[in-house]
Write a protein that binds this ligand. Structure first.
Ligand code: ADP
Ligand code: MG
Length: 600
């Protein structure tokens, strides 16, 4: 008897298991399948992402359904269209030898009438996203009044996405007498609320620690200045030439921007967020699955459905607001027993968030430093050498060898090696040569650097900034205010004390938005020119909003003094990071992969 047989599965399902190549059940399958097969019970099962939860409920569900009866008997709710489709496909494979079982997927972004037609033909199992399900119920296109089984899959993600009300409404259309099975990777408060409200003394199965992330994931953080997020991201990518990653940003806007910049800089990147059409999202996901995209920049919501194996790195370009969200992000890597790395780019002011996450996931972060330019060159060099060493020889080369040997005549082995690796190395060297250290140092040393670099990001009060555009660029105080507000996506009164000079200007905001201002204006270009914003070294011109009507004179002078020297420094710094290569990245002039038009 195989281990799957021992769980009580019938022959047709065991045959499907064999076809799927599953040799032995995972822990969550081993524990849940017998319970679900045995009797009618509510169940809460918690197990990390990638532990095989689908089969844990899918096999029992199919076995328990009456395949001769065409009414809908099982409803599975799933957070996203992608997961919904994936579940449906998976269930169809499980039911391969149960020909009369129909599984239908219901999700947004596709024809509702087509879906209704499929349901009407007789779907014993409906897999749905909450939004579309509610829609179909309201329009009377589906009847879930007779279901025996309701499954809430990836419950934490559904609730995270704000589906609580929808789930409540949907459940109110189901019969009281049914079994509810809830599957989730984590058990946040909201999930226990659902369990309490809608389930009757459910059996509980917990694999591993309730709220911990996958233990195969290593968590690392990198402390940088607020405006250095993007260069830091590039260095992390350059340090990991074989990276296959999801990069999380907080807003659709940042997601799009970071992806565009990466593509412009020659990386194989793509954006995934809610402002893209379904078609565009499918394209991006397909390229990602095929690994044509190495860096997928995504919002949390859009990334929910991603179930791609082998993701080597999750990069938190910005930390999420909710700690719970971090667990979901990092759970994208380290799947199916493989190891993965979750990297967080943070500013000093966010370090307390790292502590909070550590407490939640019960795992320590490793603090790491962003590699220096020369370290990256070294890594790239070894990577290249190994790549050459491991390259399989294409025998067709043989025919051309005499001619090629002629070309290399008189060059000895050592020199030839030097030349070969220089082809790639010089590109990185020219780019990274003389770039500065991006890491923010600790304590004492930091104070010195603060004076030198114009300071870290202030965290409270009102902040005065310098910006390198002014009247010469056609701005007056009103248009500059509008420009900053629109670019950073701020509220009407968030930008104040705008003071436009000839070729530069000053303005204020509350410290709460300083991060956003600085990160927005990192490597930010208008009409091909860098628009640079820095915190004004001398905050004298600032003051709170309450003091807005104070006399200006003395402030202006101190602003100008404080800023002109900084401005020079600012621009020379920029020059270092850019100029030597004559482009924006080591890949300039040499695209690594797909062109951007493919994805935008
Ligand atoms: P979860 O819902 O827990 O995140 P899934 O159900 O999506 O995980 O399963 C993750 C992967 O593991 C899928 O590719 C699935 O086919 C595979 N899998 C599930 N059960 C087994 C098993 N017993 N043996 C081998 N692979 C399995
Ligand atoms: Mg799942």
């Amino acid at each position: 008897m195989t281990k799957f047989e021992a769980l009580g599965l019938q022959k047709s399902l065991l045959d499907a298991v064999t076809d799927l190549g599953f040799e032995s059940p995972s822990e969550v399958q081993e524990k849940t399948i017998p319970i679900l097969l045995e009797g009618e019970t509510d169940l809460v099962a918690l197990a990390q992402t990638g532990t095989g939860k689908t089969a844990a409920f899918g096999f029992p569900l199919i076995q328990k359904i009456d395949s001769n009866n065409r009414t809908t008997q099982g409803l599975i709710l799933s957070p996203t269209r992608e997961l919904c489709l994936q579940l449906t496909n998976e269930l169809k494979l499980y039911a391969k030898y149960e020909k009369s079982i129909n599984v239908v997927a219901i999700y947004g972004g596709a024809s509702i009438t087509d879906q209704a037609r499929q349901v009407k033909k007789g779907a014993q199992i409906v897999v749905a996203t909450p939004g579309r399900m509610k829609d179909m119920i309201n329009r009377g296109l589906v009847n879930i009044g007779k279901i025996d089984y309701c499954i809430l899959d990836e419950a934490d993600e559904m609730l995270n996405m704000g589906f609580f009300e929808d789930i409540k409404d949907i459940l109110s259309n189901t019969p009281k007498e049914k079994s509810t099975w809830l599957f989730s990777a984590t058990m946040p408060k909201e999930v226990s609320v659902i369990a309490k409200k809608f389930m009757h003394s459910p059996q509980e199965i917990t694999i591993g620690d309730k709220n911990s992330g996958a233990t195969t994931v290593r968590h690392e953080y990198y402390v940088v200045g607020g405006r250095d997020r993007y260069p830091a991201l590039k260095r992390l990518a350059d340090t990991n030439p074989d990276i296959f990653s999801v990069i999380f940003c907080r807003t659709k806007r940042d997601t799009q921007k970071v992806a565009e910049k990466l593509i412009e800089d020659g990386y194989n990147a793509g954006a995934l967020h809610g402002d893209l059409s379904q078609n565009q999202r499918d394209l991006v996901m397909n390229s990602f699955r095929k690994k044509q995209i190495q860096m997928l920049v995504a919002t949390d919501v859009a990334a929910r459905g991603i179930d791609v194996e082998d993701i080597t790195h999750v990069i938190n370009y910005q930390l999420p607001d909710e700690i719970e969200t971090y667990t979901h992000r990092s759970g994208r890597t380290g799947r199916a027993g493989k190891s993965g790395i979750s990297m967080v780019i943070v500013t000093r002011s966010e370090l307390r968030k790292i502590k909070a996450i550590e407490n939640k996931i019960k795992q320590k972060f490793i603090t790491k430093t962003i590699p220096t330019g020369m370290e990256i060159c070294e890594i790239q060099l070894y990577h290249l050498a190994n790549k050459i060493k491991d390259t399989e020889i294409n025998e067709e080369v043989e025919n051309f060898l005499p001619a090629i040997n002629d070309v290399f005549q008189g060059i000895d082995r050592e020199e030839l090696i030097k030349k070969i690796v220089s082809v790639e190395f010089t590109r990185f060297y020219n780019y990274y040569n003389k770039t500065r250290d991006l890491n923010i140092q600790d304590s004492g040393e930091r104070r010195e650097r603060r004076g030198e670099r114009g300071g870290d990001v202030p965290t409270s009060g009102s902040v005065r900034y310098f910006i390198n555009v002014g009247e010469k660029d056609g701005y007056d105080w009103m248009s500059l205010k509008d420009f900053i507000r629109d670019t950073v996506d701020l509220g009407k009164d968030d930008v104040f004390k705008v003071d436009v000079k000839d070729s530069f200007s000053f303005f204020n905001t509350d410290a709460e938005v300083t991060e956003r201002i600085l990160s927005t204006f990192t490597e930010f270009k208008v009409d091909g020119r860098f628009v640079n914003v820095e915190v004004s070294k001398n905050p004298g011109g600032g003051g709170g909003r309450g003091r807005r009507d104070r006399k200006k004179g003395s402030f202006e002078r101190s602003d100008e003094r404080g800023s002109s020297s900084r401005r020079d420094r600012g621009s020379s710094r920029k020059r270092n990071e850019k100029k030597s290569s004559g482009g924006n990245s080591p890949y300039s002039g040499k695209r690594r992969g797909k062109r951007k038009s493919d994805f935008f």
